[in-house]
Design a protein around this ligand. Sequence first.
Ligand SMILES: [Zn+2]
Length: 255
Amino acid sequence: MSMWDWIEKMDNPHYVSILMNINPYLAKICIAKRNAQIKSAAKSNAQKEAASIITPFRNFTSSKPSGPLLASNTGELSNAFSFNIDNGVEALNNPPVIIIDFIVYPKGITTDNFVSSLKKSLVKNGFNPNINVVIENSFGYENIKAFFNNQKKFNLQFRTFSRGDRVNVGTGGFAELNSSSAVIYKGLNPSNPKKTVSLSKYIDATLHELGHGMFGFEHNTDPNNRMFPYLKKDQKFNELQLNIIRNSIWGTNPK
Ligand SMILES: [Zn+2]
């Protein structure tokens, strides 16, 4: 059940106690949100007002993949693990955050090494050094905070192939263009998650998927470009792409 479903169910003590058992922190936030909805709805004309309050919480879509790293665009991402925030009103007041969920751990690589190496690489590619990179699962503190603050966030999931992914064999990862999430497959290969892959390859694959998801970059025909559909050594974003990154909410010079 998603967060907006929980908020609506806070009228029912049964669900309140369930959520309290699952996640007391989330429960308190949902109760507060529900109380605010009720209070605000009571102030004026009932149904119309209530609808306008509740609608924004429905304004989320689950993520679908496209532009996988080593294959052409494919079907739907089966498990909707993240939210796309359409309404970014307060986004500028909160620093953007990249949240990494290691559902499986990349062989031979520590999560700390991955995060510190990713941060370095992000800075080299025009990202703001102040953006937050954290490791936590989909219902962790940063996810909840970002949800309620309309904070810009991007969810990166490390995992193995799951039924319904419908990606091609050999696909290292995927992200829908202009979305808020990406998947990186363990081993950069859905059919062989045990394959050992170097840290730098994982980082390169991640930057490629961030290119699709954060900035809507399409595949590029230049083999030396990061958005080339096949991973090769020393691929880079071109100056046009770097400018888009720098001027984005994730960049050193947001506009
Ligand atoms: Zn791609």
